[in-house]
Structure formats: C-alpha cells, structure tokens
Design a protein around this ligand. Sequence first.
Ligand SMILES: Cc1ncc(COP(=O)(O)O)c(C=O)c1O
Length: 398
Amino acid sequence: MEVPFLDLKMQYKEIKGEVEPLILEVMESCSYVEGTYVRNFEKQMEEYLSVRHVGTCSNGTDALVLALKACDVQPGDEVITTPFTFFATAEAIASTGAIPVFVDIKEDDYTIDPKEIEQAITSKTKAILPVHIFGAMCDMDSIMDIAKRHGLKVIEDDAQAIGSEYKAKKAGTLGDVGCFSFYPTKNLGGAGDGGMVTTNDDGLAKIIRAYKDHGAGQNGAEAFALLGLGDEELSINEAVTGLYNPYRYYNYLIGYNSRLGALQAAVLSVKLRHLDHYNSRRAEIAAMYFEGLTDKLRKPVYSADMKSCWHQFVVRSEYKQELCSYLTQNGVGNGTFYPVPLHKQKAFNSSNCGNPNAHLPIAEKLSLQSVCLPIFPEMTDEQVRYVIDVTNKFYEEK
Ligand SMILES: Cc1ncc(COP(=O)(O)O)c(C=O)c1O
C-alpha cells in the first residue's frame, strides 16, 4: 500500500464543485487584489476565531514581519523565540533588524519552555514569539504572565495552529498579535501563498493594515498618528473611480506590498467552511496513532489545557534515519521536522542572532529524533492502520 505524506489532490476533488464556480466569479469580477472577496474572507475568519480584526497578507512570513513592525520592534531589539520551528519564524525577526534569541523547548510537546524565557530577558528584550508547533499550543498563561511582568509584547506564530485551542480560546487570539500562513500544506491551505495577522487591538490592526499596503491612504495616515509620528488629516478632493484610487499615492510609512489576492481569498473562504471537519478527522487519526503505535517510540504528551489541530503527528525515535528509510521502502511518506535547530543554522551568526553558539540540549536532541508520520483529513482508516503496522513491524525487527 502507498500512503503519501500529504494528498492535496484528494482534498481538491472533494471541494471542486464549490471552489470552481467561485474562481470563475472572481475572474468575471476583475477585482483581483484585496476588495470584496478578501474582506468577506476576513470577516468569516473574524467570526471563526472570535477575534476583532483579521488582516490578510501575502504569506505567513510577511504576517510575522508586519506583526513585529506593528509592535514597534526596532533594529537591535531582542525577540525571544524557539529554535524548534520553521526558519521563517526567526528570519522574520532578523529581517526587521531585531535579534532573535533562542531558548530551549519542552521535551513533551516541543513548544517553548516558559522557564527558559524568563531567564533570557534582558533590557533589550521587546517581545516574545511563541510558536504553536505542529498544532500544539504553547503554555500561554505562563507566557502572558511573563510578558505582563516585563512589559513585553507577545506575537504568536500560529502558522501550524489554525483551529487549535488553549483553554477554549483559539490560537491567534491569546497574544497581542497572531500570525498565520495559508501555504498549501497547512491545515487551511490556499492555492498559492497567503497569510493573515489577527488582533483584538484596534490600533495594532490599523498599523498592520497600513504596513501591508505601502503605508498609504487613510490607514497610513491613522497609523502615522498612532505611532506618534505626527497628526495628519488625509483629505483628497479626488474621487475613487473604478481601478483608480487616489489615496494610494499618499504614503506615511515605509511599508510593504503584502496584499492578498482575491482568488486566494475565494479558495480559502470555501475551505474555511470545512476546517473544523478537517481538523476533527486529523484528531481521529492522531487518536488511532496513540492507541496503535508501539510504546517503543515516544509520542507527544499534550497538556489537557489545549486542543491541537494536529498539523503534524511527530514521534521520537532513537533510530530516526533507519525508521524513515523503512517507512519509505514500505510506501509510507514521512518527514523529519526539524533536522537543524535554528541556532545551528548557517544563516545565523553573531551579527544577526543573540546566541548562535548556544547549547540548547532538548531542541538539539529532538531534532535528531523527530519523525513525522502522515496525517491529513482524507487518509482512510486502512491507511492509518497500515502506517501503524509498518512502524510497529520496524520495532519488532529491531
Ligand atoms: C511555524 C511557521 N512559521 C512561519 C511560516 C511561514 O509561512 P509562509 O510559508 O506562509 O511564509 C511557516 C510556514 O511554512 C511555519 O510553519
């Protein structure tokens, strides 16, 4: 039997009838960037997450950059984060000129260890950037408590956690700002790149909306005032006509072009209707893995305070490479996230990272042991049982 690591074709087949007419509608509308489809998706998402503001953008990496900028993270400021994440988390920090400072993670669930955060705080620390890795929520009560005591902002990296919950609150609604990715392999994946920033803070939302569109227009003017850069009224005597918007040519901040395309918004709005169903199927698969997989490998241990969206199911094996080869030989797709913890990445050095030579034992150990098994909503029970059988057989032969 073949079990792919992920099968996007099956998902597309299921929603083809809903997505294709909408794509044609967007084409006919000729409104391709931002506009009604994007705003409607943002509203749908605000309701789904129970959050005041959703601002879409071009991808998850931009979402992090926009959030950092809106939280006034400046060159030279330190941002504490995890080394056990996708590169983009820390790349976004470094690309603002700030310094990522990596601290170790918890062995049970791979998330950042709050005890380590507290010890890493210095006078330069501006923010904490926890990552809900593989769908597992960080210990947000402790993180928010540390942030409050030290006057720090909390920027959640929710790229892998859409629909995950911590004490019945959705990922992206707990910190000051939440950052999501709609990369096609995510639990809610577009037909291309996409991302969004979430916040309950009206001022931050305004600044994010300004930064993502060249710091222009009414949002730009209001963000300019909110950032204390001056008090400007924007009044133009020209009307918005068709595709011509005169407000675009009055710029208040050095921002970005990070708008979302309407085609992406249309696809995402259809898939969002199915997200809870996708995530509960992932949870069923995870439950089968917990029950069926041998105890000779280590399965994640998640706190009862959280509900994971099961973006990945990651086990730990001291025979990582052998197990991966065995799975591949037997037709089971697999991955090894993350083989290099970020403080060990060549891209980070003493000029762009707070602790490139740190020894972070748990992250280092887990990166030598982590194996991701296939988990996607369209997987059949038969496929799940096959993955379990192949994995257990590997251990019997050991
Ligand atoms: C944890 C994490 N952060 C950030 C990103 C960046 O998202 P994107 O690829 O949409 O830029 C990703 C996605 O790949 C991710 O997994």
